[in-house]
Design a binder for this molecule. Structure first.
Ligand SMILES: *Cc1c(COP(=O)(O)O)cnc(C)c1O
Length: 384
């Protein structure tokens, strides 16, 4: 025996290999059924109604739980559906500490929905543990982080944050969209809840919206199950199948995306038009050391600031292989202008403070030939 247990790459390909022993089908079937017949009173096949449970959704839920090393996974119709359902675990008066650099839609959810529901929120730089510690009070019930953060790629120490729970019960929630379980598994580092926009790396093909919640502590399974079936923002059987299929190549996609991202980050660093490159894999990145300790890779996301706003206009107008589009994590490279797309909901002062300004671009590196991507950026910057 070379090692104990299965490697992550095997788990990625095989998922949970659910009940499909009858036909031997390699691809898990799509159970396109809204409801299920009962054999008799108080009897069930385990499936009653597809908002509560569906075999195809169950398969993808088991697969993500396996990859994140959790006890249960829950699939939702989008990342935002997963996040908003999770936030229903909190009550009026509860205080949540949130990373100040985060996905704009999540910020909007906290501002427009959570605040209305009486939840108190503090936005801070969670990569600064001292600052975070002083922010905790007796009402603090949650710490919500993205690491690496979107779009500044700041790294938060998940182990250190989780250790803060020893004094009082606080749920540590990590949005693991950027690195995926292939490179980072927050539950193994002490986090309580992992969230995903499955639309991104897990799906991987820019064709499906999905969201996931994964938990470790069994005490969290029932409350989330109840919220999932009651709120009802569940993933459809077909979309569950698309994510199951997409996820099988997560490992090789991310490996190639990281390889490409590293090369592009180094190339950008040398360009005179570029002011600063934020890529966790660069050794001078502030979060490089923490990243080495808590993740097995740096991922395929980077952001960069240009010296002159004109360069932004040229890049977005002239890229040909890379698409100027929102989203990330797919096989196709996408370039995003955070102040106009993903981060419009964040007020200017807050954006400026963290560095999301009119000179910042975010690049989701795909699996294309890296020389073609570099040539594309080069010609786009030159063109008028
Ligand atoms: C896209 C994204 C979300 C929202 O997910 P949707 O699938 O678009 O609803 C949440 N967090 C991060 C980090 C994201 O990139």
């Amino acid at each position: 025996m070379k090692k104990e247990g299965l490697g992550i790459e095997t788990k990625i390909v095989h998922g949970s290999r659910g009940e499909n022993q009858v036909t031997g089908a390699i691809s898990f079937p799509i159970y396109q059924s809204a409801t299920f017949r009962h054999p008799g009173v108080d009897q069930s096949t385990g499936f009653d109604y597809s908002r509560e449970n569906n075999p195809t959704r169950q398969e993808v839920e088991k697969a993500i739980a396996t990859l994140e090393n959790g006890t249960a996974g829950f699939a939702f119709s989008s990342g935002m559906a997963a996040i908003s359902t999770t936030l229903e675990l909190f009550y009026p008066g509860d205080h949540i500490i949130v990373s100040d650099d985060l996905y704009g839609g999540t910020y909007r959810l906290f501002e427009q929905v959570s605040k209305k529901n009486g939840i108190k929120i503090s936005y801070i730089d969670t990569s600064n543990i001292e600052e975070l510690q002083t922010c905790i009070n007796e009402k603090t019930k949650g710490i919500y982080i993205e690491t690496p953060s979107n779009p500044m790629m700041k790294v938060t120490d998940i182990k250190k944050i989780s250790a803060l729970k020893q004094q009082q019960s606080i749920l540590v929630i990590v949005d693991n969209t950027f690195l995926s379980p292939y490179y980072q598994r927050p539950l193994e580092l002490g986090a309580d809840i992992v969230l995903h926009s499955g639309t991104k790396y897990l799906g991987g093909h820019n064709d499906t919206l999905a969201g996931f919640v994964v938990v470790k502590d069994e005490k969290l399974i029932e409350p989330i199950q109840l919220l999932q079936k009651t709120i009802g923002a569940i993933l459809s059987p077909f979309d569950s199948w698309l994510i199951l299929r997409g996820m099988k190549t997560l490992g090789i996609r991310l490996k190639k995306q990281q390889e490409n991202a590293m090369e592009i980050a180094k190339w950008l660093t040398e360009k005179e038009e570029i002011e600063k490159v934020n890529y966790v894999g660069l050794e001078d990145h502030k979060g490089y050391e923490i990243s080495i300790n808590q993740a097995s890779g740096f991922g395929g996301m980077l952001s960069f600031a240009v010296k002159n706003v004109e360069t932004v206009n040229k890049l977005l107008k002239n890229v040909k292989i890379i698409s100027y589009a929102e989203s990330l994590g797919g096989v196709e490279s996408l370039i995003t202008y955070p102040i106009k797309q993903t981060h419009t909901a964040i007020p200017k002062e807050m954006r400026e403070k963290i560095g999301v300004n009119d000179k910042l671009l975010r690049l989701s590196v795909g699996i294309e030939d890296v020389d073609d991507l570099i040539n594309d950026l080069e010609q786009a910057m030159k063109e008028e």
